[in-house]
Design a binder for this molecule. Structure first.
Ligand SMILES: Nc1nc2c([nH]c(=O)n2[C@H]2C[C@H](O)[C@@H](COP(=O)(O)OP(=O)(O)OP(=O)(O)O)O2)c(=O)[nH]1
Length: 127
């Protein structure tokens, strides 16, 4: 899984979070996720899957999350302004994240990516 470290001047600054951001007017949640991934990391995701929705109230704002999983294959285009880390699923807990992410991590529990390998479809846990 790819985590980005939020800059100190952002909401939830200094914490690790998934690539993402706010949906723009007239944009679908998935289009926003694809755009934010590209803007923040230079990566293009494949095999997008919706993993669910979650609402969380911070002291100063209510946020509605829609979480997507995707597979990134052309990692040579990785270009992050912020510090980043590729983290195995079972090591995500080692990275301090915003309070809302407790539920987001729970939504990752059943996430599998189907990778076509020759004639075989193989379900894999993606990192
Ligand atoms: N991207 C992202 N945001 C998260 C996560 N967890 C979490 O609570 N948030 C919060 C922090 C922010 O309040 C909000 C996302 O806004 P953002 O600041 O990243 O979005 P943006 O890039 O569109 O915003 P902006 O700084 O351009 O105004 O969601 C997470 O895992 N990833």
């Amino acid at each position: 899984m790819l985590l980005l470290k939020r800059s100190t001047d952002q909401h939830c600054g200094g914490l690790w979070s998934f690539p993402g951001g706010k949906v723009e007017q007239g944009e679908s949640p998935q289009a926003a996720a694809m755009r934010e991934l590209q803007e923040e990391t230079g990566l293009t995701g494949l095999t997008w899957q919706s993993l669910g929705t979650h609402s969380f109230t911070y002291p100063d704002r209510l946020l509605h999350f829609q979480l997507f999983g995707c597979l990134c294959v052309s990692l040579t285009s990785l270009d992050c302004e912020s510090e980043h880390a590729w983290v195995a699923r079972d090591r995500l807990v080692d990275y301090p994240m915003p309070a809302a992410n407790g539920a987001l991590l729970g939504m990752l529990g059943a996430y599998r990516v189907s990778v076509k390998d020759g004639n075989q479809d193989e379900d894999q846990d993606r990192e």
